[in-house]
Design a protein around this ligand. Structure first.
Ligand SMILES: [Zn+2]
Length: 131
């Protein structure tokens, strides 16, 4: 059986991939994607951002002070920031403005889970954490 997240053949245990996917995932994606997503608690989290990278990893990021600085946001997307269009009232989505020019990889996690079709790192940030 193939992992519903990274599409690689599952070696060893299959894991419940919810809330990322309905079909099971591999142990690596369980550790790197599913568990961080559950811990992050999207929709209720106003104190941390969620960073999704194209190599199938999710990270929970806290600002160094009370809010993220522009420099911190740039470092997280590894370039100039661009706000990805969203109608969400509580969160902003930030991507690398030059991601296509830099030929960054498609972010399959943000694409499959959130419908955010972008390349490179994708950052979901509570609006309260942006100056
Ligand atoms: Zn996997």
């Amino acid at each position: 059986m193939k992992c519903s997240i990274c599409s690689k053949e599952i070696q060893g245990d299959e894991h419940n991939a919810l809330p990322i996917a309905v079909e099971p995932c591999c142990s690596t994606c369980n550790d790197n994607v599913v568990i961080p997503m559950r811990i992050y608690n999207l929709g209720n989290n106003t104190k941390e951002a969620l960073l999704m990278s194209p190599d199938f990893k999710l990270k929970i990021i806290k600002p160094k002070a009370d809010k993220f600085t522009l420099k911190e946001l740039q470092d997280l997307v590894e370039g100039y920031i661009e706000y990805y269009p969203t109608s969400n009232k509580n969160y902003n989505i930030i991507v690398n403005e030059e991601g296509l020019l830099m030929r960054l990889s498609l972010n399959k996690i943000s694409s499959s889970v959130f419908g955010i079709h972008a390349v490179g790192n994708v950052l979901i940030v509570p609006k309260k954490l942006i100056r």
